[in-house]
Structures are given as C-alpha cells and as structure tokens.
Design a protein. Structure first.
Length: 284
C-alpha cells in the first residue's frame, strides 16, 4: 500500500507540474526567451519525475515477484501465471510512459525504441520459465508449419518461414501467389501455425518445445504502406530473401494471433492469452 501511495503521489506531482507550467507559459507567452528557458526546465523536471515513477514501479514488481517465488506456488502453471501478471503490470507502466514521451518530445522515431529496449531487459527478469522458453522458441525457430483450409474444406499443411512485426505484434509471411496456401488464405483467412524446436539426437521427441498459434491471415497489396512495413520486418530477419521479395507474384501476409497453445515439455502445457502473446511479440 505504501508503494502504491508513493506512486500515486508522484503521478499527482507530474500532473500538477504540467498544469502550473502551462499556466505560467500562458501568462508569459509574450516573452520568448523566458518561455524557452521555462520549457527546458519543465521538461527536465517532468522527465526526472517519470524516471522516479519507473524505478518505483519496477521495484514494486521485483518485490512482488520475489514474494511469489518464495511463497511457494502450488504448481508450475500457477507460478507462470503469477509472474506473467507482474510483467503485464510492468508493461502497462512502460506503455504509459512511452506514450507520454512521444507526445512531449516530438521525437517519435527514437524515443519509443529507447524505452522499449531499455525496459524489455527489466521485464524479462520477471518472466516465468514458460514465457522465457516461448521467447527463445520464437527467436531460434525461423520456420513454421502453416495450416490452411482448402477449397473442399479440408486441412492443408505447408512449411513457411516467418518473421515478427514488433510494431504491431503480428507474424509476417512472404508467400507466392502460385502456392496453394495463398489461394486458401484468400478464400478463408483462418490459419494455424505450428512452431517447434528441431529434433536433437539426445533429447526425447516428446519433450520438444512447441507452440500452436491460430488466427487470421490477410494478404497485403504490393506498394501499400502496410505491405512495405511488413516487408521491412521480414527482410530484417531474412535479408537473403530480398530478390524473392521483388518478384511480382510474391505477397506479404500479416497473421493476427487470436489464440495460442504452448507445450514446453512433457506434461507442461498451457494456453497463452491474446494479450500476453501480443506483449511478447511486440517485445522481441
């Protein structure tokens, strides 16, 4: 309760500082030199207060995560959910501070990335073992089994490389218009993706980590803003695919995840919420 009260007090200080600064600026709007100095001073004070709130928020998350680790979780599933809840709480603070930074600084090209990369390292400390394994799976695996529905309503499975658009939290595919799964997606956007660890000689196949994603796929039109953004995300992971991306029959496909199922080990499985999956994809 004390930490929450301190956080609320710091928020009130920031709000009060902004309102007072705005009132003073209105009063002294005819003096440009004084106004410029005051703007710089107010920005410094506001960012110091934001930094104090960020530190307080993560200290609170660390304390609660410590409590959950040492209070004795009833099961591995409960431990994962509790720590993911703490990380979700931290991400709400991060998103709030990031948006405030965009509005105040005007430097939208650099400020959000700075906050995202700096805070990602802090939030990763509080991820559960299952979520950390899910992150490693998305980093290490570059291909997935794509399940689509054919014209007769039957299942069709193919193998596709995939990337992640961290700005929107969507998966990105680059497929040919001549492929069977492309016509399937145009007819029925419902798809499924299976991402699995490769087999190891000394590891039982039943213990391989894997994840099943279901969602809807949308084929973008070449030259559109969305298509260009997806292509950049795809080529960032697969720069060798640039000649293929230039071919006229290839299209970028965005996959919006609606459900996720993770199997981390033999007997260790869980459903991952859409919100948690979106946070994970945007933080890669």
């Amino acid at each position: 309760m004390a930490s929450q009260a301190r956080t609320v007090f710091r928020c009130a200080v920031i709000t009060y500082t902004e309102r007072v600064s705005f009132a003073v600026l209105l009063f002294l709007r005819n003096d440009p030199h004084f106004r410029a100095c005051l703007v710089v001073l107010c920005n410094i004070v506001t960012w110091l207060a934001v930094a104090a709130i960020t530190q307080a928020a993560f200290v609170s998350v660390r304390r609660q995560a410590f409590f959950f680790r040492h209070a004795g979780a009833s099961s591995q599933q409960d431990d994962g959910d509790s720590q993911d809840a703490q990380a979700a709480c931290a991400w709400k603070w991060v998103e709030h501070i990031r948006l405030r930074g965009e509005r105040k600084s005007g430097d939208c090209a650099t400020k959000p990335h700075f906050w995202k990369y700096k805070v990602t390292l802090l939030v990763m400390e509080h991820e559960s073992r299952l979520t950390s394994q899910l992150r490693r799976l998305l980093h290490s695996c570059r291909t997935a089994a794509l399940g689509t529905i054919d014209a007769g309503g039957g299942p069709h499975v193919s193998r596709v490389p995939f990337a992640v658009d961290v700005e929107t939290g969507r998966l990105v595919l680059l497929i040919s218009g001549l492929a069977a799964h492309t016509s399937h997606i145009r007819r029925d956007a419902r798809i499924s993706l299976l991402i699995a660890e490769p087999e190891q000689p000394d590891q039982p196949v039943h213990a391989l980590g894997r994840m099943t994603l279901t969602g809807r796929a949308s084929v973008t039109e070449p030259g559109s803003a969305d298509a260009e953004a997806l292509k950049r995300a795809y080529l960032q992971r697969f720069p060798e695919a640039e000649p293929i991306a230039r071919l006229p029959d290839f299209r970028c496909v965005a996959v919006q995840v609606h459900a996720a199922r993770q199997v981390a080990d033999f007997g260790a499985a869980r459903d991952v919420s859409v919100e948690a999956m979106g946070r994970l994809l945007r933080s890669l």
